[in-house]
Design a binder for this molecule. Structure first.
Ligand SMILES: CC(C)[C@H](C(=O)O)[C@@H](O)C(=O)O
Ligand code: SF4
Length: 468
């Protein structure tokens, strides 16, 4: 029987079958943040249960930590309730013997940036985290998905999870991305094409020559946002690109052979020829242009050359347009922005910062625009400083900040003022996501960098002619 990659990963981690739809799934690794773990630890303590395998968990303070450039010392977090979350996580990790990337750890950062970077994510693994963007790890051929707080407790206690098997979807994308078009544009295009619920209930496997040509970091951007189309997981079969990434990242961090599938068996980590998917889509990279969202859902995006769709009175697009202060039939090009945010687990890796810095060059941030770059981890920040990228940003007038989720979700000091419009490399543009009444336009790091210089949303492909 031919099996999909998803099915192989599920089968190899099935501890017991519960019924036709449910299994007990083994988790090779589990990641926690300060925000979704406290009740789980309280539950364990109340029941007097230990953590079964402490070495198969890690924790990080990422959501509530301020990104101030001079963040140091004990008082990195001034807000008392946020500070308490960090203190609790530290106590819990100490008590249960779990590796914590604490507030002052040189490698602290966003969970989904540091887990692969530190070598914890390897092909063939099942990786869980109380966070929806755990789908990111599919970029390395690992089955990753977000879990709820009560499930976090179960995973800590048993290293397993009661799991409902997902449907299978394959999205094939072929051809070369046109010049000036990045994987973020491709991602927003895929979501706009299939819709915010388009992959709901499915584990999505991405394949095709476009995917083959992507770096692992680019694949992470795509898999990260698959959840914005409703996907329960995203997967890309490991290949030579994956091998190189693993060789670079695992040796320095954790034992390559601990957990996961030995390299010799990676060849089997792919869907068999003839494996049947419940749903298949086929897309062409040549159809993709730089993409920007105009609304309040990640699927409300258009190519920068397109027009904002006209809305019918009373439909959800009308509400979105009102919230965003935009009109149907207009172009997004030339829409002035107040803020630029380059960061988040979607786009704060070194390749993202390189791409943004290449656009910035020797230009300056437009007067009146507040622009910030928030690297995804301490390691990304150090590397960007070594490569001179930080200097490019600082000289241009960007704020060069400390790692964390930052203005991706405004759970810390980084927040939009009501009515402010932001060019953002993040993954969610919901109402209030970056601050009450804040207006978020999702786009690539290149497009956000160009917007910072121009002071308005623009087509990065024309940017070089004026600012090269
Ligand atoms: C805080 C956390 C539960 C949440 C998630 O699950 O994704 C956050 O990371 C987000 O991006 O909205
Ligand atoms: S960077 Fe944003 S999307 Fe990613 S984990 Fe943090 S809040 Fe969630």
């Amino acid at each position: 029987m031919q099996r999909t990659l998803y099915r192989k990963l599920v089968d190899s981690h099935t501890v017991a079958t519960i019924d036709a739809q449910h299994i007990l799934l083994y988790a090779d690794f589990h990641i926690m943040n300060e925000y979704t773990s406290p009740q789980a630890f309280t539950g364990l303590k109340d029941k007097g249960r230990p953590v079964l395998r402490p070495s198969q968990h890690m924790a990080v303070v990422s959501h509530i930590i301020p990104s101030d450039p001079d963040r140091v010392g004990e008082r990195v977090i001034n807000d008392p309730s946020s500070s308490l979350l960090a203190i609790n996580l530290r106590r819990n990790c100490e008590q249960f013997g779990i590796r914590l990337f604490d507030t002052n750890d040189p490698d602290q950062g966003i969970e989904h940036i540091i887990a692969p970077e530190r070598g914890y994510v390897r092909p063939g693994m099942v990786i869980l985290c109380g966070d929806s963007h755990t789908t990111t790890y599919g970029a390395l051929g690992a089955l990753g998905f977000g879990i709820g707080t009560s499930e976090v407790e179960h995973v800590l206690a048993t290293q397993t999870l009661v799991y409902r098997i997902a449907g299978s979807m394959r999205i094939r994308i072929d051809g070369a991305l046109p010049p000036g078009v990045s994987v973020k544009d491709l991602t927003l295009y895929v979501i706009a094409t299939i819709g915010a619920q388009g992959a709901r209930g499915f584990a999505v496997e991405f394949c095709g020559s476009t995917i083959d040509a992507l770096s692992v970091e680019a694949r992470m951007t795509l898999c990260n946002m698959a959840v914005e189309a409703g996907a329960r997981a995203a997967l890309i079969a490991p290949d030579e690109t994956t091998r190189h990434y693993i060789a670079e990242h695992v040796a320095s961090a954790v034992d390559a052979e601990r957990g996961g599938v030995p390299q010799a068996a990676w060849d089997d980590l792919r869907s068999d020829d003839g494996a049947v998917f419940d749903v298949e889509h086929s897309l062409l990279a040549s159809d993709v242009a730089p993409f920007v969202t105009w609304g309040t859902s990640p699927d409300q995006g258009i190519p920068i050359t397109g027009l904002i769709p006209s809305a019918e009175e009373g439909d959800s697009a009308t509400r979105a347009l009102n919230y965003m202060g935009l009109k149907g039939g207009d172009s997004l090009c030339g829409t002035p922005i107040d803020r630029v945010f380059i960061g988040s687990c979607t786009n704060s890796r070194i390749e993202d910062l390189r791409a943004a810095a290449a656009i910035v060059g020797s230009n300056k941030v437009a007067p009146g625009v507040r622009a910030m770059v928030v690297p995804g981890s301490g390691a990304v920040r150090r590397q960007a400083e070594e490569e001179g990228l930080a200097k490019v940003f600082i000289d241009a007038g960007f704020e060069w900040r400390q790692p964390g989720c930052s203005m991706c979700l405004a759970m810390n000091n980084d927040i939009l003022e009501p009515g402010e419009r932001c060019a953002s490399t993040t993954n969610r543009n919901f109402e209030g996501r970056q601050g009450r009444e804040g207006r978020t336009h999702l786009m690539s790091p290149q497009m956000a960098a160009a917007a910072a210089i121009v002071g308005a949303i623009c087509d990065v492909r024309n940017f070089g002619e004026q600012h090269g």
